[in-house]
Write a protein that binds this ligand. Structure first.
Ligand code: SN0
Length: 312
């Protein structure tokens, strides 16, 4: 692996999942690999799991880790040819090249604005780092994708699969804030690469990017979609067509123990209790959100390991 900005950077998914599960058994086996190598993590947005699990992953490989909350540094400029007479102090051209001199791998978190669709879809922050940095880039959730989460999700589903071809449902949930489509996008892309029966359920009008969902069945009746599900992945996203809008907060879309049936419950976290999912589900035996969060470490670790092996 040369970089990891999207799940399309994975060539052989089955073997990557297998290797991740092996790595989980012996997390310190490659502790020598990262010696004198530095991961710089750049955060344009808040993080709990991604920050800690990616740092842990890097440390398991013997790497040095440095983190920067970019908003506490200089406001970066991304446009070409701008007269920088306003609030941006440094162009990403300099910033990315400078950081590359301190880093062997750069990881970036940059959420969408959810106001300017064209700009968000262009992934200008992630792409600028790819363009101007001279070291590999890892995506820690960008405007449209969260590939480390999707890999952890794929590993978790593999670990908990008991039937030959499990039924996996991505179920939209209400949320008070406008949230990105990134987690849902990467999960939907990942499920299309796995041997699962995958369906999506959401209110009419909440369609994700059709270039991502392709011909995945979209079922507007949640109860119908959830029937016989083995895994139910719950996630809110704001409207993609009427971009960034919260057009529906219908509490009937919240996941309940009754609706979940016998399925395992998945969510990337953070999750709003009794808004997205009721307490009984999170506190019950069918929730595998902790195992999912634990797998974030090993998903990041297999990615960093493969990039380190490809350096030079
Ligand atoms: C982010 C999202 O993409 O949905 C990160 C998920 C890994 N979630 C949030 O920003 C939740 C914020 C909130 O206030 O509930």
């Amino acid at each position: 692996m040369k970089k990891y900005t999207d799940i399309s950077d994975i060539t052989d998914l089955d073997s990557l999942i297998r290797e991740t599960i092996l790595l989980k058994m012996t997390p310190f086996e490659y502790h020598g690999l990262g010696k004198h190598k530095t991961l710089v993590m750049l955060f344009f947005n808040a993080s709990l799991r991604t920050r800690l699990s990616t740092e842990k992953a890097a440390r398991n490989l013997g790497m040095e880790v440095m983190s920067l909350n970019v908003n506490e540094a200089w406001q970066l400029e991304f446009e070409d040819g701008t007269v920088m007479d306003a609030n941006t102090s440094e162009h990403v051209k300099e910033a990315a090249q400078v950081i590359s001199q301190y880093a062997d791998i750069i990881a970036v978190r940059a959420f969408p604005s959810l106001t300017n669709k064209v700009k968000d879809q262009s992934e200008y922050i992630l792409k600028s780092f790819e363009k101007y940095a001279t070291v590999p880039i890892v995506n820690m959730e960008s405007a449209t994708a969260h590939p480390l989460q999707a890999l952890a999700d794929a590993v978790t589903i593999s670990e908990f699969t008991e039937t030959k071809r499990p039924k996996v449902v991505l179920s939209w949930a209400p949320h008070p804030k406008a949230l990105p489509q990134a987690v849902a996008n990467s999960f939907a892309s990942m499920m299309q690469r796995m041997d699962v029966d995958f369906q999506i359920t959401h209110p009419e009008g909440y369609e994700l990017d059709s270039n991502i969902t392709k011909d995945v069945p979209i079922i507007y009746n949640q109860e119908e979609a959830l029937a016989e599900a083995d895994f139910v992945y719950v996630k809110n996203w704001s409207n993609f067509n009427d971009y960034g809008k919260v057009l529906n907060t219908d509490p009937n879309w919240m996941m309940t123990a009754e609706k979940l049936g016998k399925a395992k419950f998945m969510h990337c976290l953070p999750v709003r209790r009794n808004m997205v999912v009721e307490d009984a589900v999170l506190d019950g035996g069918q929730s595998i959100v902790m195992q999912q969060a634990n797998n974030r470490t090993f998903a990041a670790q297999i990615v960093l390991k493969q990039i380190l092996e490809n350096l030079n």
